[in-house]
Design a protein around this ligand. Structure first.
Ligand code: AMP
Length: 299
């Protein structure tokens, strides 16, 4: 079945303890759709500026992403800068230049509106809501968010939570949204705000999914050489949603399997800067890590 991905396309400046990069193709929807492209042909909706490089659109298309919903607006592409501490767990946002995102009014193309699976990647909750308004009868909608939006657009985010099936949060965001330090209690409180499922990411410690009658927890895939964690969360969501769209199901068994696929796609993303480490993988390489991970978590 079809997967619609709405979110940001960006140029990122990234500083790690070992290396720095500038103007790396990134953005929440970019990473998510590249990850999902290993399972289906994701339909991407977002905005870029006139400075967006042709080769980057070409790279997305070459990975099998449908870019018909990427609008080119007057001005510059969204830019984000981040710096990681040596332990990778702490990330400091150095700058967020909204540029063309400031006036972005998402337009979901006519032939994308019947998409059954929808991922509202990290973007302003108002933008996520206006995009969702245009989708006709989705069967499973998941959204992502971040501390910035919890801080400056909490009411819109709480409104969105009532309209979606699942929300994906990292530990810091879950604590910030609920004021609760215990992550199990925090996830329970988020369920009380509307969604049927909460996916809670804990960086190198893995992730769990919780619903009213399910709880499934996974470690991260043991990656030896982390080079840049940017986009790991979005790549997780892309693998998760891409797999659900492929099987056309969202029952508890497929949600558990989707957690494994998301963990695998995220593990490739962190092995270098940008989309290449994930875009260049063969399906067999993903399948091999899926089997490894199954071996790691099975008694
Ligand atoms: P992740 O590491 O999964 O949290 O995703 C990092 C990506 O999110 C980067 O490529 C950024 O361009 C993008 N990003 C950073 N800040 C924002 C924001 N406020 N809204 C949407 N996307 C963002």
């Amino acid at each position: 079945m079809s997967l619609l991905v709405i979110g940001t396309l960006a140029y990122d400046n990234i500083e790690t303890a070992h290396d720095n990069r500038t103007d790396v193709l990134g953005g929440s929807a970019t990473y998510c759709s590249i990850a999902a492209s290993h399972f289906c042909e994701p339909r991407l909706v977002g905005v870029v500026g006139e400075d967006f490089r042709d080769e980057d659109i070409t790279a997305l298309k070459a990975s099998g992403v449908n870019t018909a919903g990427v609008e080119v607006a007057a001005g510059k592409t969204f830019r984000w800068g981040g710096r990681y501490e040596a332990d990778w767990n702490t990330r400091h946002t150095l700058f967020t230049h909204l540029n063309v995102l400031e006036h972005f009014d998402p337009k979901v193309p006519e032939d994308f509106r019947s998409s059954k699976f929808v991922f509202l990647a990290n973007a302003a909750p108002g933008v996520q809501s206006r995009a969702l308004d245009q989708v006709e009868h989705p069967s499973f909608v998941m959204a992502d968010t971040m501390n910035l939006w919890i801080d400056i657009a909490r009411d819109e985010l709480v409104g969105l939570l009532k309209r979606i099936d699942a929300i994906v949060l990292n530990d810091e965001e879950a604590r910030m949204l609920t004021g609760e330090n215990n992550l199990i209690k925090a996830a329970g409180q988020v369920l009380g705000l509307g969604p049927r499922f909460v996916v809670l990411k804990k960086g190198e410690h893995g992730a769990f999914i919780m619903g009213s009658d399910m709880h499934f927890s996974l470690p991260a895939y043991p990656v030896k050489n982390v080079i840049d964690p940017t986009g790991a969360g979005d790549s997780f969501a892309g693998g998760f949603m891409g797999y659900l769209a492929l099987v056309g199901a969202h029952d508890p068994v497929h949600l558990r399997q989707a957690m494994l696929h998301g963990t695998v796609t995220a593990s490739f993303c962190v092995e270098d800067f940008g989309i290449e480490p994930l875009a260049q993988r063969e399906k067999a390489e993903l399948d091999s890590r899926y089997s490894d991970l199954l071996g790691i978590v099975t008694v």
